[in-house]
Design a binder for this molecule. Structure first.
Ligand code: G6P
Length: 605
């Protein structure tokens, strides 16, 4: 949450900051601001509520050159959405931007007598004033001292009025990545802001200070001695972070799914079996555990729900899925024999990270499924399986979900093989079915007009219900989340058998019910539930496999997916559910990629 960027070098800093903020906008879009040293080495500050475009338009009227500056796009935590609360914040000689939450800001306000000084309601400005009070001409020393006073999470980029051309940065939990390129030094909360300039970067180690100048980037260890950064390479390219002719990132990312699946699956097949040798995940991880605990948030958690529905009956060991924000405050029943699988697109979601740290403290082995290379969860887990979706920009997750599923399916297959639940032939057949989902998804993408037309009724309604049984229920959770987050239509997923214990009271004439019926085992049961809602006037959108036999008047709209194996139906179903949400949002003329109140990477509790 909150996108931050700093640049110093020979290029046009204002342009780099503003372009970077556009790339980072998915991290928050309540307000945006920049600060930079002008030609007279004075710090200028421009900040505005609203989106980055608003700030850009305002900045286009200011004619001055800058080569060093900071930029911030905000997701409000402390304080309303106002110009004053927008970052950067200035306090005496200090100008800073912040991502995170300073938990002890009240005590600091009292201890440093800041009550009358604060111009904003933010915890970030408090940190700026404390730093100013500690600053005696040595930036690194003052920042080091500041860290001793702070509780909470932070990614700070800081400029000092008497240090033109220099940027200092430090972080605790909140992410920061940095690079030195032939055109200056750059730092940001996210890789997407760096890839136009370099693919070589490093993750700023926690509580270590980095100093950026136009000619040098210096990382200091915790004792203040210079240290060589550990550089990583990313194979994302600029195209991956552009819309490439699509009207929205979300639609582009929905279309990228077949490719993302190939990139995630194919390099991990060897001799017809899933193979994690290159990921350095030994089979012993799968052999020794007697329980699996999956932890994640949002869409990633829904991928976990599908994995649970698939793996428990197959592996015959308990598979539990926990919402990370709940798990982290529980006393979980896990131990050194539990395999904890942590799923996160960004690898930075704070609740997921905290939950993983808790699991480690219980001695459990942790295996993360992460999309962003070098992210905190990836680095701190015992094992990491990277998904290869490329950057996901739209706030509503799509391609990250399907590659998380693909990675989970491969893990489950390998586990079944090494635990003797699957023979070599069965494992190979499972993998072959997994590969079959790629053309099945392509088929659904080629029929996108169907989803476009079916939202006509949906967008006139205020509520929608998704129903399914077993795996279909797990799929429907993600369908409901997608719809509500970008169309603002209230959407809930229910296990279909549970409907008549209360929820069916809400079914009246015209209420949309999206029924997912792809699982042979419970198909007839589900169809009975559909009849029940139909009898009460529901507008039924039924999703089945092609070969399913249903009476003609059961559904108002019937969409058929290709006849994939039941266990794999989630992939083509996901495409339909994503497209329904996309067209519903579009049909209501909403901001598809940046829905209200949300942010892509949730780095605050
Ligand atoms: C936010 C995003 C979701 C995402 C969730 C978990 O809520 O809007 O799309 O599923 O965080 O994010 P992660 O990066 O951990 O997968």
């Amino acid at each position: 949450m909150c996108g931050i960027i700093g640049y110093t070098g020979p290029l046009n800093a204002k342009k780099i900051l503003l372009d970077g903020l556009s790339q980072l906008e998915y991290r928050g879009y309540d307000s945006a601001g920049i600060a930079y040293f002008d030609a007279a080495s004075k710090i200028q500050l421009v900040k505005k509520t609203g989106k980055v475009a608003n700030l850009k338009e305002f900045c286009s009227r200011i004619q001055d050159n800058a080569h060093c500056g900071l930029g911030h796009t905000r997701w409000a935590t402390h304080g309303d959405v106002t110009d004053q609360n927008a970052h950067p914040h200035q306090a005496g000689r200090v100008t800073l931007i912040h991502n995170g939450i300073i938990e002890n800001y009240r005590e600091l306000t009292r201890d440093y007598g800041l009550e009358g000084k604060l111009k904003s309601q933010t915890d970030s400005e408090v940190a700026a004033w404390v730093l100013d009070a500690l600053y005696e001409g040595n930036p690194a020393k003052a920042i080091q001292n500041l860290l001793n006073h702070l509780e909470g999470s932070y990614g700070f980029c800081i400029m000092f009025a008497d240090r033109p051309g220099e940027i200092y940065a430090v972080r605790n939990v909140s992410p920061l990545v940095a690079a030195y390129t032939h055109s200056g030094a750059i730092i940001a909360s996210d890789l997407t802001a760096l890839i136009p300039y370099t693919r070589r970067y490093f993750v700023l180690p926690e509580q270590q200070i980095v100093k950026l100048t136009a000619y040098q980037l210096t990382l200091y260890d915790k004792k203040g001695h210079p240290e060589e950064p550990e550089y990583l390479e990313v194979n994302w390219n600029m195209d991956a972070a552009m819309k490439n002719g699509f009207p929205h990132f979300m639609l582009k990312e929905i279309y990228e799914q077949p490719e993302a699946l190939k990139n995630t699956i194919l390099p991990r097949i060897s001799k017809g079996l899933p193979d994690f040798t290159d990921d350095q995940i030994p089979d012993s991880v799968f052999e020794t555990c007697d329980k699996i605990h999956i932890i994640a948030c949002g869409t990633a958690m829904h991928a976990g729900m599908v994995a649970r529905a698939l793996s428990e009956p197959l592996l015959r060991i308990p598979v539990i899925v926990s919402i990370a924000s709940e798990f982290r405050y529980e006393e979980p029943l896990i131990n050194e024999n539990t395999l904890v699988i942590v799923i996160s697109q960004s690898g930075e979601t704070i609740d997921t990270l905290a939950a993983m740290r808790l699991a480690k403290s219980y001695g459990s082995k942790t295996l993360s499924i992460v999309n962003v290379k070098g992210s905190t969860i990836a680095r701190e887990s015992d094992y990491v399986l990277y998904t290869h979706a490329g950057p996901e920009i739209a706030v509503a997750s799509t391609k990250a979900y399907s590659v998380q599923l693909a990675a989970l399916y491969m893990l489950i297959c390998r586990m079944a093989f090494v635990r003797g639940k699957y023979s070599r032939d069965q494992s190979a057949a499972f993998l072959s079915s997994l590969l079959d989902v790629i053309p099945a998804m392509e088929t659904m993408l080629s029929r996108k007009e169907e989803e476009k037309n079916l939202v006509t009724h949906l967008i006139q309604q205020s509520d929608t219900f998704f129903i399914g049984r077993g795996r279909d229920y797990a799929f429907s959770l993600e369908g409901a989340l997608k719809l509500k987050e970008i169309s603002y239509i209230h959407a809930e997923a229910y296990a279909a058998g549970e409907l008549k214990h209360g929820t069916i009271a809400l079914i009246t004439e015209g209420v949309p019910v999206i029924a997912i019926a792809t699982q042979e085992r419970v198909f007839s049961k589900l169809i009975s539930n559909v009849r029940e809602v139909k009898a009460r006037g529901a507008f039924v959108i039924l999703l089945t496999k092609s070969s399913a036999v249903v009476e003609g008047n059961l559904a108002d709209i019937h969409i058929r997916i290709p006849d994939v194996d039941d266990a794999f139906a989630v992939f083509p179903i996901a495409v339909i559910l994503q497209l329904i949400a996309y067209y519903a949002s579009l049909g209501k003329s909403l901001d598809v990629d940046q829905p209200r109140n949300l942010a892509k990477s949730v780095t605050v509790e």
